[in-house]
Design a protein around this ligand. Structure first.
Ligand code: SER
Length: 873
């Protein structure tokens, strides 16, 4: 069975059992402060398990793109070493939100695996939760009894809390789980060792394929368990492992999910798969990582230096480095695999097809830049080795290796490999220590804790009224305290309804205040969305928690954000009109102060294009376009009507569309009622974020007024500074520039004349030492002139050994030039000599045997260096 069919069979099977098929949520999570990537199918349904909102269907089925880069087996450094763990994988899942429970979940899992997929019953084992006295939890006999009607009792194994009790996090819904494992070994191997002893024992061919989680508890902040009001089912089956089992393979990488990529890597690198262990690991790493990185870029997350982008960068760099070291690829090549991936998975995940060019370009540029870093790292490592050797040590300090890793992104295993090849050692303990210290620092900085929610009144769906009003009479329904080192103690409040916009879709959250009936006020310093509810952040808890409050949004801040948000829509429209419809939004940040818009486009914008874009947006503002809003469209209908949606964005069943004239987008943000409210739009900067992604930063309204005022003040200051009688400062600047250029020329000529005189003097000053023409002197020329002078004298004089010292701005330099014939005949090396003489000026340097320079901070040492130079002859 082809993997495509395995996937569709799963979805159809549960669809026939009345499960609604839903789309995978994006792999990159944008609106959840607790999670960067989807790491389990249940992430997108958290709000249903928590009871924050009610799902439209209580039975759902899907395949979810997941990414795991930490945890026991999914430690990034481990992936590719074995044959059945991945960074990115698909998780097939069926879900019951308060509907069916253990009986159906177990029966259907069995029916699908055995009757539909045709798996051999005798290759399967199941585990059930054995109970845990410390938690006061009983053995899951209910699950056992259901399994006992389907499978031999000796194939039902007990599992402990670690393997058979699934928890979403430190707090929240959890429950016992029942896993299905498959034994893919040959009959001969099975006869030798009982498969039951290999379950959950890291055997590559006895692996878990499906986890059925029975959510029945809520883990409280104090660690206790509370029974949930409704019971849910969350199942997760590893798609790649299922393909391995159904396609009769013993490695996920041998299935048709990975084979096309592996064949392509073999072709590009000329290294066959299955011949040499090191090559195989490299090929597995690359075929796994290119998927993770491509899916992430398609979801809008590019490699970068922080957060989720940094995780992606590290994954890609790991792949590049495996190609570099084991497959001899010193040039970019991973980007070439995107074509194969898009071809293979583009039907199930169309975003791969539609964004193929962008993904390819981003990966290629990232490869180029990291290969350059690797080169720099190698040079640095060479100098570390040289200085260790100079100190008669054969060890590189761990902190130095960590610096290479941390600052230059130079992988530690590559450092270790190179050191081994050069007969050197790495201080691994020192490296681990430095790494641990850094982890501790960042953990301490980001650690947060929260108390349980205190419920004040029942209210299961929260209403957002902030599109229409900025004030509402509300009740606090629940609150809790959150503490973090960075921000101290804060309170999170949830209301029965709210006019406050919670940060999402790139727009920052509203600020404002909450006023009790008696006039007590607490400030709302930010608003966020968490698990489907709007959470208001305050420094203090309101005195009256039960009474009604007036919730008031800061009008000025909201107006500015709204103007900026509408401006991003008009900017998007302008870009597509002026640059072309290839432009796609790749990210945006709408704050009250300014807006930022990232989009796909392959060239720098010219000043004319920028002006055209500004004019286009300002023309829409001048047209006084009214907001046309629809809050109750279906996604399909909105797209059909021409609204633009974004990849990597999670849309609900009912969507909101925003129209200003011909600009028409799916959007949940807040907007002006009329484009006239934006007043004016001004682009402040345009630049590159990554290959093929540009960023525009712009301002609107009051901020433009402030900007123009500042510009005009600056102009006045320039006029004053120019002290020019001319009324036109541009003319004055131009004439200054001309004057400057003429002066520069004059100085160059003067220096040349001076060097010319010096040349004659120097040649005349040469003394003969052991058949060598030796020149040594101090000069105050600049470095370029010294270099030119040295090469000129070298051309005119044979058997030359010249050393020049100079002192400019308290920086000492030494320049040594040696005739090429002497380099060989007398074994003289300018590079080595200048490095040694550099000690006199407290510096270092190097270069070629023929010509080399050193720089140092002690000009007093120049004389000694010049004197010592003679000793080489
Ligand atoms: N939540 C469970 C898991 O991630 C089952 O989907 O394994």
């Amino acid at each position: 069975m082809k993997s495509e069919q395995i996937r569709s069979t799963f979805l159809e099977f549960f669809n026939n059992k009345k499960h609604e098929i839903v789309a995978s949520a994006p792999m990159v999570i944008k609106n959840d402060p607790t999670l960067m990537f989807t790491n389990a199918g249940m992430n997108q349904f958290k709000e249903y398990f928590l009871g924050n909102s009610t799902p439209k269907s209580d039975r759902v089925v899907d395949t979810q793109k997941c990414l795991r880069v930490s945890g026991k087996h999914n430690d990034l450094e481990e992936v590719g070493v074995d044959t059945y763990h991945h960074t990115m994988f698909e998780m097939l899942g069926n879900w019951s939100f308060g509907d069916y429970f253990k009986k159906e979940a177990i029966a259907w899992a069995w029916e699908l695996l055995v009757d539909v997929y045709g798996m051999d019953k005798d290759s399967l084992y199941v585990t059930i939760f054995e109970g845990d006295a410390s938690e006061g939890l009983e053995r899951d006999t209910e699950a056992y009894d259901y399994w006992a009607t389907l499978i031999d009792k000796d194939r039902i194994l007990n599992g402990n809390k670690k393997d058979n009790f699934w928890e979403m996090g430190d707090q929240g819904p959890c429950g016992p789980c029942s896993e299905i494992h498959v034994d893919l070994r040959s009959d001969a191997e099975k006869a030798k060792v009982d498969g039951a002893t290999l379950v959950n024992n890291d055997h590559p061919q006895v692996v878990e394929i499906w986890n059925l989680v029975f959510m029945q508890f809520n883990r409280m902040a104090d660690g206790s368990l509370k029974t949930l009001p409704a019971q849910h089912v969350d199942t997760g089956m590893g798609f790649e492992r299922l393909a391995m089992a159904l396609q009769g393979k013993t490695s996920n990488y041998d299935t048709d999910v990975f084979q096309p990529l592996i064949t392509e890597i073999e072709t590009i690198t000329g290294h066959p798969y299955g011949k040499k262990q090191e090559d195989d690991i490299a090929i597995r790493v690359i075929s796994d990582h290119v998927r993770a990185v491509s899916f992430s870029i398609a979801d809008g997350q590019l490699p970068s230096n922080t957060g989720a982008g940094y995780v992606i960068r590290r994954i890609l760099r790991r792949a590049i480095r495996y190609g570099f070291t084991y497959l001899d690829k010193k040039e970019p090549f991973i980007y070439m695999l995107v074509q194969t991936l898009a071809h293979q998975m583009g039907d199930a995940f169309p975003e791969l097809k539609s964004q193929k060019d962008l993904i390819t370009n981003v990966i290629k540029e990232e490869e180029q830049s990291f290969l350059r870093t690797l080169d720099q790292g190698l040079i640095l490592l060479d100098s570390m080795i040289a200085s260790a050797k100079a100190n008669s040590s054969n060890q590189i300090e761990g902190s130095k290796a960590f610096e290479l890793y941390d600052t230059f992104g130079f992988p530690i295993d590559l450092t270790a490999l190179i050191l081994r090849e050069k007969g050197m050692q790495l201080d691994e303990a020192g490296f681990d220590k430095a790494m641990q210290e850094q982890k501790n620092r960042s953990r301490a900085a980001s650690a947060t804790s929260s108390t349980d929610w205190t419920e004040l009144r029942k209210d299961d769906t929260q209403e957002f009224v902030g599109y229409d009003r900025l004030e509402a009479d509300v009740f606090i329904t629940k609150y809790r305290m959150v503490s973090s080192k960075k921000e101290g103690d804060m309170y999170q409040l949830v209301f029965n309804m709210t006019p406050f916009y919670g940060e999402s879709g790139g727009q920052t959250g509203d600020k404002g205040y909450l006023e009790s009936a008696s006039g007590d006020t607490v400030y709302i310093i930010d608003t966020k969305k968490e698990n489907g509810q709007t959470v208001h952040l305050t420094k203090n808890l309101p005195k009256d928690l039960n009474g009604p409050h007036k919730a008031v949004v800061d009008l000025h801040q909201r107006q500015r954000s709204a103007a900026n948000h509408t401006a991003t829509h008009l900017l998007h429209q302008a870009l597509r009109k002026i640059l072309g419809t290839h432009v796609e939004q790749k990210g945006s940040m709408v704050r009250s102060a300014s807006l930022r818009f990232d989009f796909s486009h392959f060239a720098k914008l010219s000043p004319e294009e920028i002006t055209q874009i500004e004019q286009f947006v300002n023309a829409r503002i001048a047209e006084h376009l009214e907001l046309e809003e629809n809050r109750s469209n279906t996604y399909e209908q909105a797209i059909k009507d021409g609204a633009i949606g974004l990849f990597g964005e999670k849309y609900g069943d009912v969507v909101r569309t925003i129209k200003f004239g011909a600009s028409h987008e799916l959007c949940g943000g807040t907007h002006v009622k009329n484009t006239a409210d934006i007043w004016h739009f001004k682009i402040k900067s345009e630049g590159a974020v990554a290959a093929g992604i540009r960023r525009i930063e712009a301002i609107t309204g009051d901020a433009v007024k402030e900007y123009f005022e500042q510009q005009s003040e600056t102009l006045e200051e320039i006029k004053t500074a120019l002290k020019s009688s001319s009324q036109d400062p541009v003319e004055s600047v131009k004439s200054l520039q001309e004057e400057n250029a003429a002066l520069k020329k004059e100085i160059e000529q003067l220096l040349k004349d001076k060097a010319g005189n010096l040349k004659g003097d120097l040649i005349a000053s040469a003394t003969e030492v052991n058949g060598v023409n030796f020149i040594s002197t101090s000069t105050d020329l600049d470095t370029k002139s010294i270099k030119d002078l040295a090469f000129e004298i070298d051309r005119e004089m044979d058997n030359l050994f010249m050393i020049l010292g100079s002192n400019a701005d308290d920086k000492a330099t030494l320049t040594v030039i040696i005739s090429k014939n002497l380099v060989d005949e007398k074994q003289l090396n300018a590079g080595t000599i200048v490095r040694e003489l550099g000690k006199h000026i407290q510096g270092g340097g190097g270069g070629q045997p023929h010509f080399a320079t050193a720089g140092g901070k002690n000009p007093q040492g120049i004389a000694a260096a010049l004197e010592a130079a003679k000793s080489y002859l």
